[in-house]
Write a protein that binds this ligand. Structure first.
Ligand code: FES
Length: 207
């Protein structure tokens, strides 16, 4: 696939979650981070046996687009699943289970992240922003420029691109086109609208 650049233990944690349970479903790196966030889980209904191992759903509170949402999730549930299927925020797209397409890009504490490969427990206690936060009455300059530059065809990649561009320009407001291409290398447009995406970014930068 073409990119913008052209090439593309069984120990029990203090929280009560079993490290083995997490490792079984999610992988070591994700489990370690999830355990850190698990202390903020509001209730562990899945701990039916009283052994501290959460086997079912838990109730957690997420900070999404400036509002607190109580949701239900299993330890293996992804952030993307909760956003789309519980909060009806369908901008981020389920293209792949890894970050290779960029279609599931959201902001977590102002940093771009792949919601499809982020366990929802990893997002507890953090500020999550989706592409929906850039629309509405206070339309952000990035989606506005995507529209005026006709920077989409099917539009499937667009929400991920818009979020990634917003995050990139926040960090690099004066970036050159070459720096933009390099910085957005993690997002793919199968329709090949890259030239117009670059034009949209140029509009946001003021020409
Ligand atoms: S506009 Fe179709 S994938 Fe980008």
């Amino acid at each position: 696939m073409k990119r913008l650049t052209g090439d593309a233990s069984s120990g029990r944690a203090a929280s009560g979650f079993s490290r083995r349970e997490f490792l079984r479903g999610s992988g070591a790196a994700a489990a370690a981070t999830a355990l850190a966030g698990a202390s903020q889980v509001a209730a562990a209904e899945g701990d039916e046996r009283g052994d501290g191992v959460v086997r079912g759903k838990v109730t957690i509170v997420l900070d999404v687009n400036g509002a607190k949402h109580e949701v239900q999730a299993q330890p293996r549930t992804t952030l993307l699943d909760v956003l789309r299927n519980q909060l009806n925020l369908t901008g981020a797209k389920p293209v792949s289970a890894d970050p290779s397409s960029g279609a599931a890009t959201v902001l977590i504490d102002d940093k771009p992240a792949c919601a499809a490969s982020t366990l929802v427990l990893q997002a507890v206690g953090k500020k999550i922003r989706t592409v929906e936060s850039l629309g509405g009455a206070k339309l952000d300059a990035v989606p506005a420029a995507f529209t005026s530059a006709d920077a989409e065809q099917c539009g499937f990649c667009t929400p991920g691109f818009v979020v990634a561009v917003r995050a990139f320009l926040n960090e690099h407001p004066k970036a050159t086109d070459e720096q933009v291409r390099s910085g957005l290398n993690g997002n793919i447009c199968r329709c090949g609208t890259y030239a117009n995406i670059i034009r949209a970014i140029s509009i946001v930068r003021g020409g």
